[in-house]
Design a protein around this ligand. Structure first.
Ligand code: MG
Length: 339
């Protein structure tokens, strides 16, 4: 449409971004796999072991500041890509790394980011096997931007998909929501509020392996931009179900809650980088939840709600007083540059 321009909300992980994808990007490319809107595409490849598939994903990182409590742009780039692979039940294998560096960036800064990338790729069991470096003029990027692609293997028999939740499934999360966005925002120069919370940024593939070994998992989503709210809406919509979540069962740290109250934010809309939302058959819930709590990244795991064959895409939040409110898809007009 003439005159229409990109706004910050188009990158916010909410309804504006979905509009951009559905109305502009997907029609232009005409690729069925994109329409599935999964965290990673699951693809057949020549010579594959019968039943196994390739998982493939890509992501760009523009976080500001580059270093924040609990992480940095390098750790974020590795974890963001590894986690999108893990959300399909894939074992991460290979990563690529595209740097856009700004003239004047110190070698010290770049070396710190590279060390972090090496450390976290190793932690996730993935190898960085290809890359690219571009430099742009001073003022054209905030120090650096990073793009990563990742390839993983989905072993035969694993079928984890955002479309896979079923009526009666219970909904699990692996810990407190909102830590990442709250910690990044609180570190911006124009903020005086010192929040004693670190980003949750972490590679989730080990946790996902433990969950899949313990029992059946139908659907996974990592609640990054748009927060748990966007992941719940996407799962409800893609699986053709309604979801019901008890507000008081959603774990949120006291500091993050206070931060949200001060700024008039809802912790359910804050980005996470080491969290997942899972839909699991009720009979498997105990085993999977125990496996999560036995893993370092799932100690605060909680059962927060369930799925039903109600109205497609509807997500209800049951308040502590027992009333019910409908969750809306975040628009994306939140804080930019958080991942
Ligand atoms: Mg994702």
């Amino acid at each position: 449409m003439a005159g229409k321009v990109i706004t910050m909300a188009h990158g916010g992980g909410g309804s504006r971004m979905l509009d951009l994808l559905r109305e502009t990007v997907f029609p232009a490319l005409g690729e069925e796999v994109l329409l599935e809107a999964e965290d990673a595409a699951a693809l057949a490849f020549p010579g594959q072991e019968p039943g196994s598939r390739l998982a493939y994903t890509t992501d760009s990182f523009v976080v500001k500041p580059l270093f924040f409590p609990g992480g940095d742009i390098g750790k974020l780039a590795v974890c963001g890509t590894v986690n999108d692979l893990a959300m399909r039940g894939a074992r991460p294998l290979y990563l690529t790394l595209g740097f856009i560096l700004e003239e004047g960036l110190s070698f010290q800064m770049l070396e710190k980011v590279l060390a972090s990338i090496g450390r976290w790729a190793g932690e996730a069991g993935a190898r960085v096997v290809a890359g690219d470096t571009k430099v742009v003029e001073r003022g054209a990027a905030d120090g650096m931007y990073v793009n990563t692609s990742g390839v993983g293997l989905i072993p035969a028999g694993r079928e984890v998909s955002i479309r896979g939740a079923r009526p009666g499934d219970v909904l699990l999360v692996n810990g407190c929501l909102g830590d990442h966005e709250a910690s990044v925002i609180s570190r911006r120069e124009d903020f005086d509020f010192r929040l004693d919370v670190e980003s949750d940024c972490a590679p989730l593939n080990g946790l996902v392996e433990a969950m899949l070994e313990a029992g059946e998992v139908h659907a996974l989503r990592d609640p990054t931009r748009g927060g748990l709210a966007a992941s719940l809406k996407e799962m409800a919509f893609s699986s053709g179900l309604s979801l019901e979540v008890a507000e008081e069962d959603i774990p949120v740290r006291e500091g993050v809650r206070a931060f949200c109250e001060m700024l008039g934010l809802d912790p359910l809309f804050l980005a996470n980088e080491g969290k997942l939302l899972a839909a699991v058959p009720e009979k498997e819930a105990h085993a999977v939840l125990s496996a999560m709590r036995g893993h370092p990244l799932g100690r605060e795991a909680a059962l927060i709600g369930r799925a039903a064959a109600g109205r497609k895409g509807e997500v209800s939040i049951i308040t502590p007083l027992g009333s019910r409110r409908l969750l809306r898809m975040p628009s994306g007009e939140h804080f930019p540059r958080i991942c």
